[in-house]
Design a protein around this ligand. Structure first.
Ligand SMILES: [Zn+2]
Length: 104
């Protein structure tokens, strides 16, 4: 089954969430299997010629299983989590304050 060229791809942008995984193309008819069992199945499914897979060491996953395992997300990780915020409250008659290193 080929994708309809007039329809959007079934997935948008994808990002790997864990380091150490690589994206590869399964090439050839060698029997290679996904390392996860799909829901509703009781066997390891075969990877197909030309299938895009993710790999870490000997472990290979089809994209569907990688997504179920949480390895694929649709937006990049932020560079670092926000450090939060600090709120200051002041009254109209406060003399004010300075921000800076502690005196001494
Ligand atoms: Zn799979």
């Amino acid at each position: 089954m080929s994708l309809d060229p007039d329809s959007p791809l079934p997935v948008g942008r994808l990002f790997l969430t864990e380091p150490g995984w690589r994206v590869e193309l399964k090439v050839g008819s060698d029997r290679e299997y996904c390392f996860m069992i799909a829901p509703g199945q009781d066997f390891y499914h075969r990877l197909g010629d030309g299938e895009i897979v993710v790999r870490r060491g000997d472990e290979r996953l089809c994209l569907a299983c990688a997504g179920r395992r949480g390895l694929l997300v649709d937006r990049p990780k932020t560079l670092r989590a926000t450090l939060g915020s600090v709120e200051f409250e002041a009254q109209a008659d406060d003399p004010g304050f300075d921000l800076g290193p502690p005196p001494g």
